[in-house]
Design a binder for this molecule. Structure first.
Ligand code: CP
Length: 329
């Protein structure tokens, strides 16, 4: 089912200046298309500099507080390395070790941290906590994942697709799996960059209607398209990229057995990938639950670009940090 008929398309506005239209990054939805292009272009420049061994201490002497109330490998390490490579420093703060874990409010935590550091990144469950932090901190706040949204991941994914295909507009991206925070952020990212996105999920784990409606204007303006097809074998036909995520996210462990039953036919395996174009790539935000949502043969196979996605977390977050923390004027 198509969510919305395709409308006359206007080209997305190219990034003009070196400033984002936002002072914090909470969701992809709040970004203008030109913000996304500015982040991706800046990330590509910083990546090239890093590969060439050219120092780029754009945030010399600046500091980032990183609050993690949930586990992380990629996000935590890439933010820490990003700050180091930009000439600054990150302070890792486990939520349970802070007074936040004993009931101090988000607002008070934000006001105190803002007296010490130049920006805050936070990974938590409830998206309202990130919103509250950004309202009270008075310094840039970056969402490192909430149950609602994972903007840094999707910006890294867009960079990875752009590197691979040389463009975003017009690509056919098929997401197979849970209509979760990653899926929701992909919907907004695709709508703002003119990607044709197909969502293939079991009915009970489909994307929320609010996200579909909320992103509709962006699809109209930027030439994106959104389709739903609950038959993964048909959904992946003609795909440039097939994307999946875990069936059981952090905090949903009690639903494990039920979810495995519901998602059984949504596994990305060799047979399913054979339905996509031979040039199609396989994407996953990681960590993967191997041989649940994806088989070893696909994630370790020649079509897999999952480690490029993981690497690009570093380059994209350097761009986000530099742009939000005044490293690029
Ligand atoms: N994709 C992602 O956010 O990975 P981590 O949970 O390891 O940070």
């Amino acid at each position: 089912m198509k969510a919305k008929k395709e409308h006359a398309k206007k080209p997305a506005k190219k990034s003009g200046g070196k400033k984002l239209s936002v002072t914090s990054l909470l969701t992809i939805a709040q970004l203008q298309p030109q913000d996304i292009h500015l982040i991706l272009d800046t990330a590509a420049e910083l990546k090239a500099m890093q590969k060439a061994g050219k120092a780029h201490p754009l945030l010399k002497g600046k500091t980032l507080a990183a609050i993690f109330e949930k586990s992380s490998t990629r996000t935590r390490v890439s933010f820490e390395v990003a700050m180091y490579q930009l000439g600054g420093m990150m302070y890792y703060l486990a939520g349970r070790d802070l007074q936040l874990g004993r009931g101090e409010s988000i607002a008070d935590t934000a006001r105190v941290l803002a007296r010490y550091v130049d920006a805050i990144t936070i990974r938590t469950d409830d998206h309202r906590k990130v919103v509250e932090m950004s309202k009270t901190a008075g310094i840039p706040v970056i969402n490192a994942l909430t149950d609602y949204s994972h903007p840094c991941q999707i910006l890294a994914d867009l960079l990875t697709l752009k590197e691979r295909f040389g463009k975003l507009k017009g690509l056919r991206l098929v997401y197979v799996g849970d209509g979760n925070n990653v899926a929701r952020s992909l919907v907004f990212g695709a709508a703002k960059t003119g990607i044709q996105l197909v969502m293939s999920s079991p009915a009970e784990y489909s994307l929320d209607q609010q996200a579909v409606e909320f992103s509709e204007n962006d699809r109209e303006k930027n030439g994106g398209e959104l389709y739903f097809n609950a038959e993964p074998g048909r959904a992946v036909m003609g795909a440039d990229a097939v994307y999946t995520d875990v069936w059981v996210s952090m905090g949903q462990e009690k639903e494990h057995a039920q979810r495995l039953r519901s998602f059984k036919k949504f596994q990305i395996n060799g047979k399913l990938m054979a339905n996509a174009a031979p040039s199609a790539v396989f994407m996953h935000c990681l960590p993967a639950h191997r041989n649940e949502e994806v088989t070893d043969e696909v994630i370790d196979g020649p079509q897999s670009i999952v480690f490029d996605q993981a690497e690009n977390r570093l380059h994209v977050q350097k761009a986000i940090l530099a742009l939000l923390m005044g490293g690029i004027k």
